[in-house]
Design a protein around this ligand. Sequence first.
Ligand code: ADP
Ligand code: MG
Length: 288
Amino acid sequence: AVPLVVAISTAVSANNGLLIRNRTAFENARLITTVIFDKTGTLTQGSHEIAAVVTFDKAVDEREMLRLAAGVEQNSEHFIAQSILRKMKDEGIAVPPAQSFNYLPGKGLEGIVEGKDVKVVGPNYLKEFNMQVPASEAEEGVETVVYTLVDAKPVGYITMRDQIREESAEAIRVLKANGIKNLLLTGDNERVAKSVSDKLQMDGFLANVLPHQKQEKVKELQAKGEFVAMTGDGVNDAPALAQADVGIAVGSGTDVAAETADIILVNSNPQDIASLILFGKATYRKMI
Ligand code: ADP
Ligand code: MG
C-alpha cells in the first residue's frame, strides 16, 4: 500500500498548495482534533502598515526614534521589522548600523545603535519590568503596538495595522463544521487577539504568549487527548511546531519555521489546512 499512499498524497498535496515534508504527519492529518493558529502572518496578512509614530520624550523626535528603532530592526525577519524598514525607505531616511543586537524571544529586539542601548518591544516587555507609559491611541482592536526604549527609558511607540486574510473566516468555518476545534495563540496583545478571534468566530484565544508557552499549550492539549496541529510562520513558533502532532508552516514565513514543520502551506492559505484534514479522512477511508 505504501506506493499508493505516496502517489495519492503527492497528488493531493500538489493540487492543494501543500508541500509534504513528513509523510507520516500527512497520513495522520485525518486524526487532528484541534488546530492551533498563530495570528500574525497566518490568519492575518502580516502586512503591518505603519499607522502612527508617537514620542512622549521631548529629547527624541519621531524621526529620530524611527531611525534608532530601524537600526535594531534591520536584523529581524519579523513583519514588524519589515514595516519599519519599509517606512524608512518611503521617507528616505538612512538606517544607521547596529553595533550589536539580541533577540528577546516573543518580546522584540535590543541592540546598540550609535552608542545607545535601543530596544523595540511589545507591551509584554513593559509589563514584565513594571514600566508605565502614556496610553497609546491605537485604534480599538486592530493595531499592534511596539515601544522604543533608549537607554532603558521608554521614549515612544509605533502602531501598525494588519489585516485578516480573506480566506481565514472560511477556513475556521469549515473546521468547525467538521467538528475540529480551533484556537488562536499569539504573542501580540489581548485587544488584537480578541478582535481577530471574535471576527473569525474562533473557539478561543490566548494573548501575550511567549514561544515556550506556545509549546506548553500544545503539550497541555495533547495530555488531554487532543491530536494537535499547529500552524505558524515565525522563529517563535518553531518549538510549538516541533511539539505538535502535525506542524504546519505558512509558506511566506521564515526558513526556521519551514524547516521545523511537517507540512508547508505553499500559498499561505489557511483554507488548505481544512482541505488537508478532509482529504486525509476521505483518502484513508477509501483505502482501509
Ligand atoms: P504572533 O504570535 O502573533 O505571530 P510573535 O510571537 O511573532 O507574534 O510576536 C509577538 C510580539 O513580540 C509582537 O506582537 C511584538 O510585540 C513583539 N515582537 C516580535 N518581534 C519583534 C520585532 N522584530 N520588533 C519588535 N517587536 C517584536
Ligand atoms: Mg507569527
